[in-house]
Design a protein around this ligand. Sequence first.
Ligand code: C2E
Ligand code: CA
Ligand code: CA
Length: 648
Amino acid sequence: MPPMLYFDVCSVPIFMIILVAVFARRMTKGLSNRLYITLLVLSVLSALSDIIVESVTSSLPVSDAGVVVSLIAGYVYFIARNASIVTYFFFVFAITGTWYRIRPKRMKAILLIPFSVIILTVASNPFTGLVFTFTSEDGYSRGYGIIIIYAICTFYALGGTIYLMSCYRFIPKNKMFPLVSLYVLSMAAVVLQYFYRFLLVEMIATAFSMVLVILFVLRPEEISDVSVGSLSFEAYKSELKKILLTKQNVHVAIISFTNAYELRSYLGEMRFQTYVAHVIRQVDIMFRREHVFFDIYYEHPGTMYIIIDDPKYDVEDAYSRLAGELMRRSEKAVSAGERLTAVACDLMIPGDLSDFDEIIRFGRDYIQQVPAGRVFVKASDIIASKDYRIISNMDIILNRAIAERRFKMYYQPIYSVERGRFISAEALIRLFDDEFGFVSPGLFIPAAEKRGVILPIGDFVLEEVHRFISDNDIASLGLEYIEINLSIAQCMQEELPERLAFLSDKYGVTPEKINLEITESTYEDIGSVMQFNLESLSGVGYTFSLDDYGTGYSNMQRVSKLPLKIIKLDKSLVDDMASDDGMSIVRNTIKMMRDINKELVAEGVETKENLEYLEQIGCHFIQGYYFSKPLPEKEFVTFIKQHNRIDA
Ligand code: C2E
Ligand code: CA
Ligand code: CA
């Protein structure tokens, strides 16, 4: 082996190590990484073919077989080596986020013309010997055509360098040097090789710069979420930015686990993460068979973002196939009650949304707007809806509503089966915006909770209801108490008992006239403050209801331990009474609750049949459109006066 060949030989293991590292480090399959891998493969090919040619020619004359091998290797070398220079040129566009500039096919075609000249020159070599010749006596010798090839490579190299420099705004300085290094080192190597013909340093120079690029430019450790074995949400954000900059067309399949919260508190953090990791692994395995480029990102506590680099891919069809398979597979892993439930959404970028912040917000909020019973939605359907317009303008709406005290309280009557009349009502907040009209509390209450502006709203509700009770002397209407919804933040507020005591004094409203509704998710995170609030408020005579029973993981033991007077059966349970199973669930729940001395309210009762059945199986109270929708104060009072007098 000629001594200088060692450089070439050394480059091969370096390329191999990078290649293994690329896969072991689970790099994303985004455009720039795909080009980088192509570049690696081409570099390995050029190094290997170069080694073959050089080692065969080291002892002349060459055998017939040697001639054939060297000829093949020679062609592979020329094609691979030049293709790698062109690939790097395109890599520069991808990594700088300016791919969109060469997105039109004709742009790429123009940029590939010089390369096609190289191909033609190399392809015609067997007839012209323009590039190189190989004979058994003289071995390998270069032709004049090689000048054309050098010139064209210089064109790509110079073009790429100048382009990189012009993009200095898009790339951090610490990444610029490794990127330019490939050009600088290759140029230096070529010059060196020109003066010292046998100093084969070109491949090792390339290998070094590829190492620099992977160490400083493509850094997977910045992007993976080791807890669940996927890419991190931060990686999703940076990939998204790149996609928007490069104006690529992609699908993002967003899959949200709708019961992540309950499941996490049920399984505990560790087991929940293991479970999510298992699901992500399964999704990964299934998607691999789809022949698309995809990457899975995860945001705690339960959203997967799958970027699919193929605008024509049918996400809906794939999801229905994969979700079915996933269900079957996870059956083995967990028992039925512990299964994740999910809703998926297909978002096209930039077709549906093209603003970064809006895309991020959409992923977090779309779930609230999925129609009940749907497991798959197209983002375009949601975006076209009125609710979406409201949600994307929620900051303006909330600021305006709080500043101008735009809220009103409505009251929905609650009927007592035993007494045959209305004995209470639930206070429900309403917001009418000048620009957006009626804004449902189902939308703005969770939004206000997230933004940390729920407390002033909750304070308004408390005060308004106290004023209402005192102004209308509800006892004279036959009403015993009013139910008030408490948000999580209110329950955890240290000043809550003080605040209620203050209002009680100010309006002369005794605690028995107030019933406070909390939800299961509220007492799931029961903190010491909340525990204290519940106990001290019950101590002075306030009663509590558990709202939305039947929507989460209900823990009977906890229900029996908390100071709860009333359990409110969620509308979904009432609706399910259409089926035999649903019937028995409601019947048994009522029986169980009666056994531990809880009173029951059925919510969302709309039909006579449901009403009669609920009465028959021992439900104490009924609330729902069957009797009345929530009404404004005056209408509510009129309604109660009419009905309670007629029925009394
Ligand atoms: P929720 O506490 O479960 O309130 C019951 C919801 O069911 C109300 O929706 C009510 O209008 C609706 N509803 C009652 N009967 C029927 C029926 O027969 N059919 C149908 N389809 N719906 C019925 P609303 O008023 O839109 O409130 C939605 C949610 O917003 C409430 O759910 C509650 O979680 C929250 N919310 C409302 N007002 C307040 C409030 O003052 N404070 C807090 N923290 N949350 C509130
Ligand atoms: Ca409620
Ligand atoms: Ca409810």
